[in-house]
Design a binder for this molecule. Structure first.
Ligand code: HEC
Ligand code: HEC
Length: 389
């Protein structure tokens, strides 16, 4: 289906309209921008951990598309040196439009939520958790976070936004901290929609022949079929600009990642050691039929947010696409812990982390040629924000 020129100008208009409610969810624009500014201060404040030293931005760096700037490890180090979480820190860009976690009865699927397993219904409940997580910012309780905010340089701004006594009552103040951070995460800085692909959709940039082929492969059901889970088209007459996720959950059969330092954590954090298996959504909803499933991530800025998948197994985009293409064709590696580089070199794939519930219908043997794999990667490279048309 191609989009006609009048449809495109409609899309541009709807693009604006679609984002306005998000930007104006506070009483007035002035209040909102002040609240968002407060949220930014909180997000950047490295004194809000225990001991001081780690902010949200330490793992979600604004300069790095809100991902972890430390590329050496697939998962992130907490404020206590040597403590590592089990998952790769996702970009926070385009996280705000994620629907609240729910079960869609019509589709029979879980949809939305924050975190890769959807365990926080939305942004506000999400923002409280890293403060209290022992492997992250390590505060013993909400009150100790609030005590730090009371003496922060922006405490006055906080009281101007939420009222005079707004930092006095611990639990209520903690909820306001999360509210301000969520307001910051809802600003357009997290959703600029300025990739080459956006300009292409608006008729302001041209694709190379390879990028065009890549997009066709991405969308066609009998080729890449990527858009089945990572939708790439404006929908509802342009009211929904593509976010490259349908917010559902799937088990792709991603192998375990031996470089994940969560395996080596003390038994109080990881009692199973190298036997640890990340069940994802299955643990959250306590249903073994959902084991191994993780939320479909946005692919916006994907060229800049390596490593990939919940455990950071893949360091390269080409490796990811090769995996989608050949997972069910190549033989099983003899070593279940083979790295991406080893697997590519030896022409095999290791066993999946969770063998149950692997999606074999939509991916695994796509039948793409090497050139087509390159074409797909070329298309993915057009999704990086900050393109100058
Ligand atoms: C030590 C690193 C670290 C710190 C500090 C950290 N995060 Fe995260 N963040 C992660 C990881 C890892 C995940 C994925 C965890 C999971 O799915 O269980 C994540 C997930 C998220 C998500 C969900 C995104 C999505 O697409 O589902 C949001 C939102 C988020 N973090 C915001 C924050 C905020 C706000 C703070 C500060 C209060 C913060 N993070 C502090 C590492 C960190
Ligand atoms: C059946 C749904 C589905 C289809 C089809 C699909 N994906 Fe995904 N994709 C996912 C899920 C779920 C994840 C996260 C899995 C995980 O973390 O274990 C993911 C992750 C990714 C990632 C890594 C993102 C990140 O930030 O870590 C890339 C890149 C990607 N997909 C590209 C593609 C491409 C290219 C295609 C087509 C060849 C495709 N996907 C088809 C569901 C799908």
């Amino acid at each position: 289906m191609s989009v006609s020129a009048p449809a495109l100008s409609r899309i541009r208009w709807f693009l604006l309209v679609a984002w306005l409610p998000m930007l104006m969810s506070a009483p007035s624009m002035a209040d909102l921008s002040r609240k968002a500014r407060l949220g930014e201060q909180l997000f950047l404040d490295t004194s809000l951990s225990e001991p001081p030293g780690q902010a949200c931005a330490s793992c979600h760096d604004p300069e790095r598309f809100f991902t972890d700037p430390d590329d050496h490890e697939p998962t992130s180090e907490g404020v206590i040196p040597g403590r590592y979480g089990k998952r790769n820190a996702p970009t926070l860009m385009y996280a705000a439009p994620t629907p609240v976690f729910h079960f869609d009865r019509q589709e029979g699927l879980f949809i939305g939520g924050q975190f890769l397993d959807g365990r926080a219904p939305g942004l506000k409940s999400q923002a409280k958790q890293p403060f209290l997580e022992a492997l992250e910012m390590n505060n013993p309780d909400p009150e100790s976070v609030v005590a730090k905010v009371r003496v922060a340089g922006y405490a006055d701004l906080f009281r101007r936004v939420y009222g005079k006594g707004s930092l006095d009552d611990g639990p209520a103040a903690f909820a306001r901290i999360a509210d301000a951070i969520a307001a910051f995460e809802r600003t357009s800085r997290f959703a600029p929609m300025t990739s080459k692909y956006d300009y292409y959709l608006m008729g302001k940039a041209r694709f190379t022949a390879q990028e065009r082929r890549g997009r066709e492969l991405f969308e066609s059901e009998d080729k890449g079929n990527c858009a089945a889970c990572h939708p790439s088209r404006p929908a509802n007459n342009g009211a929904n600009w593509p976010l490259f996720t349908d917010f559902t959950y799937d088990n792709l059969g991603v192998p375990r990642n031996r470089a994940n330092l969560f395996y080596t954590q003390a038994p109080e954090f990881n009692p199973q050691g190298f036997g640890f298996v990340d069940a994802g959504l299955g643990d959250h909803v306590k249903d073994r039929l959902e084991d191994g499933k993780f939320k479909v991530p946005t692919l916006r800025n994907i060229a800049r947010t390596a490593p990939y998948m919940h455990n950071g197994y893949f360091k390269t985009l080409r490796g990811v696409v090769d995996f989608y293409n050949t997972r069910d064709l190549k033989p099983r590696c003899r070593d279940d812990w083979a790295t991406e580089a080893q697997a590519l070199r030896e022409g095999c794939w290791p066993a999946p982390e969770v063998a149950a519930n692997v999606n074999h219908d939509e991916l695994g043997k796509l039948g793409l040629t090497e050139r087509e794999v390159d074409d797909l990667v070329a298309f993915l490279m057009t999704l990086t924000d900050g393109y100058q048309p």
